[in-house]
Design a protein around this ligand. Structure first.
Ligand code: ZN
Ligand code: ZN
Length: 324
């Protein structure tokens, strides 16, 4: 039997396999490939102009950008369709000068520098009046949408419209706040700490859980224990703690699941009117190992089928010995 579970934030239903669930070990990734360092553009091209550089982290404009800031943003109608050119900025964050593929193997100091870089770039992009949202994210491994270069890097996109998934989360959190007068994410933290079934790891300032209505096996959220809607402001004073918990969880994936492809996305509040989100939105990071493929049913319905309950994946990840 399976269970239908509703995500309390966006109201999306997931089908979670319970009794006939696959075992955690069935998801372990059998492959691990890295390109030769001699072919790595980030090792060879050390002279290309950077938009920001500090502590071994270098931010460059994507040479194959999806977005372009050179023309002004203009939205127009095309019949009933809305059209705009893909205005915005697309930057690559080269996380280390060394040819190291996985962020899990960077030092905590280096991981801290990467997250501080995201915050600084967000502060810069939000000054542009056309920008509505800034997403910092990582694609690691081919299955996660990355080219197989083997050099740890991530991306920052600044876009002139609010992405739908962000909008869904925000309106879900707002509805909950209107009714309960409390932050939904703060309540999730309290409940998960009480039950402990889905807690993977924690430190003084951050909690890592597998969400109740997980869409994917081993879907993981990193939640700051102190309430703040905005990543760039909210990490101030907590950078060391965040770097430590990121390294912890990425090592659990690498060791426990044999270096799988993964994505992470920083979910922060929109750029405009931050004070309107400050009570009910709560920044967090979603981490998704890419162990299964999204199939027709998911694409057609927006439902997800998660082949293993999050309680089982949390227990599996808790057991991984990251100090071995
Ligand atoms: Zn390299
Ligand atoms: Zn909160």
């Amino acid at each position: 039997m399976s269970q239908l579970r509703k995500d309390p934030i966006v109201g999306r239903w997931t089908i979670v396999a319970t009794e006939r669930a696959r075992r955690p070990a069935a998801f372990v990734d059998p492959k691990s490939t890295v390109t030769d360092q001699k072919e790595c553009p980030y090792c060879q091209d050390t002279n290309s102009p950077s938009v920001y550089e500090a502590h071994g982290v270098k931010v460059i404009n994507s040479n194959d950008p999806i977005l372009d800031e050179s023309k002004p943003f203009e939205r127009r109608g095309h019949g009933l369709y809305d059209v705009a050119h893909s205005y915005g900025s697309h930057e690559i964050v080269v996380e280390t000068p060394e040819h190291i593929p996985n962020m899990a193997d960077l030092s905590s100091e280096q991981i801290k520098a990467v997250f501080q870089t995201y915050a600084l770039r967000m502060q810069t992009h939000r000054k542009n009046p056309f920008i509505e949202y800034i997403l910092a994210y990582k694609n690691y491994g081919v299955a996660a949408g990355s080219r197989n270069i083997g050099h740890s890097r991530s991306q920052i996109m600044a876009v002139p419209v609010l992405p739908m998934r962000v909008q869904d989360k925000i309106s879900g959190a707002e509805k909950y706040f209107d009714y309960h007068e409390r932050c939904l994410f703060c309540d999730i933290i309290t409940q998960e700490l009480k039950s402990k079934d889905r807690v993977v790891a924690q430190n003084e300032h951050f909690l890592v859980i597998t969400p109740f209505a997980s869409r994917f096996p081993f879907e993981t959220w990193i939640l700051p224990k102190h309430h703040h809607c905005d990543f760039a402001e909210g990490i101030k004073g907590y950078e060391d703690s965040l770097a430590a918990i990121m390294k912890d969880i990425l090592l659990r994936f690498k060791i426990g699941l044999n270096d799988p492809a993964y994505n992470y996305m920083i979910q922060t509040s929109p750029v405009k009117n931050p004070s309107s989100f400050k009570d009910y939105y709560h920044w967090h990071i979603e981490v998704m190992p890419r162990l299964t493929r999204v199939a027709g049913f998911e694409r057609g319905t927006g439902f997800y089928i998660c082949p293993i309950p999050p309680e089982m994946t949390a227990a599996f990840l808790r057991e991984v010995d990251i100090h071995a």
